[in-house]
Design a protein around this ligand. Structure first.
Ligand SMILES: NC(=O)c1ccc[n+]([C@@H]2O[C@H](COP(=O)([O-])OP(=O)(O)OC[C@H]3O[C@@H](n4cnc5c(N)ncnc54)[C@H](OP(=O)(O)O)[C@@H]3O)[C@@H](O)[C@H]2O)c1
Length: 241
């Protein structure tokens, strides 16, 4: 039974991914700051196959030891890691609040790098040909008002993923990024109607991204079917070309 470690499983894409891998018969380890009704339902349905802990990726102090104490990662044999948790702080550059910006950099960039370090050590300890998928955003590739900072946090993760693939490919470890346009769930609700309409109108398919398409792509990247794909950025945006 494969063990899939996912950050940010209380709602949105992370919750969908947790449900997907549990349905497939995987064990899921997940974290988020809060519990949701939907996550509680998954825990009731799948019992010990789902291990969740409350954890704040915004607090760097003692992060590695706190995560170890919460999830016992060194005892687990992780097969797949999905870096999904993130926050969105929107602001025009001349109005940036440094503390809000630093919080987003911490959650979207610094914490995922620290967690990836722990996961890579887990892969190496267990000699696992482990698979990592980072969730990025179209904001790292195109310009939108107020989204420069999230774009920067995700661009950093994309480069980190590529270099992780380079450093650990010799151990059979793979790392890829999915680069998402606007989904029909999750933090999309914080995006205004004008941007939503704008993104729909410039996409070849004329629509937002269906979350199932994202889940299926991540499923492919975390399967043996994609065994020669690593260091890549797969764009899922209904054809923003
Ligand atoms: N939705 C979109 O249209 C869209 C577009 C492009 C890219 N993306 C990317 O897709 C991924 C998922 O987005 P989403 O829309 O599903 O987001 P979401 O609905 O806002 O969910 C974010 C998840 O991350 C967790 N999280 C946030 N801050 C955390 C912290 N400090 N510590 C631990 N967990 C934390 C949240 O749980 P708690 O609040 O309980 O901690 C939640 O489970 C993100 O990486 C996002 O950047 C989304």
């Amino acid at each position: 039974m494969k063990t899939v470690f996912i950050t940010g499983i209380s709602r949105g894409l992370g919750l969908k991914l947790a449900g997907h891998y549990l349905q497939k018969g995987c064990r899921v380890i997940g974290l988020s700051r809060t519990m949701s009704d939907e996550l509680e339902m998954l825990m009731n349905e799948f019992g010990s196959a789902l291990k969740w802990c409350p954890f704040d990726l915004g607090n760097l102090s003692g992060m590695e030891s706190r995560l170890e104490a919460a999830l016992h990662l060194s005892e687990e044999k992780i097969d797949v890691f999905i870096n999904n948790a993130a926050i969105l702080y929107k602001e025009l550059v001349h109005r940036i609040q440094a503390e809000e910006m630093a919080k987003m950099v911490m959650i979207n960039t610094v914490a995922p790098i620290v967690v990836t370090k722990m996961v890579i050590n887990n892969f190496l300890r267990h000699k696992t040909r482990g698979i990592i998928v980072h969730v990025s955003s179209i904001c790292a590739h195109r310009s939108f008002y107020g989204l420069s900072m999230i774009g920067a946090t995700k661009a950093a993760i994309e480069t980190f993923s590529q270099d992780t693939a380079y450093e650990y490919g010799r151990f059979g470890i793979r790392s890829n990024t999915v680069v998402l346009g606007l989904m029909n769930i999750g933090m999309r609700s914080t995006v205004n109607d004008r941007l939503t309409k704008g993104l729909k109108s410039i996409s070849a398919l004329g629509q937002l991204i269906d979350t199932d398409s994202v889940v299926n792509t991540i499923d492919y990247l975390t399967s043996e079917k994609s065994y020669c794909i690593t260091g890549e950025k797969i764009h899922i945006n209904a054809g923003i070309l």
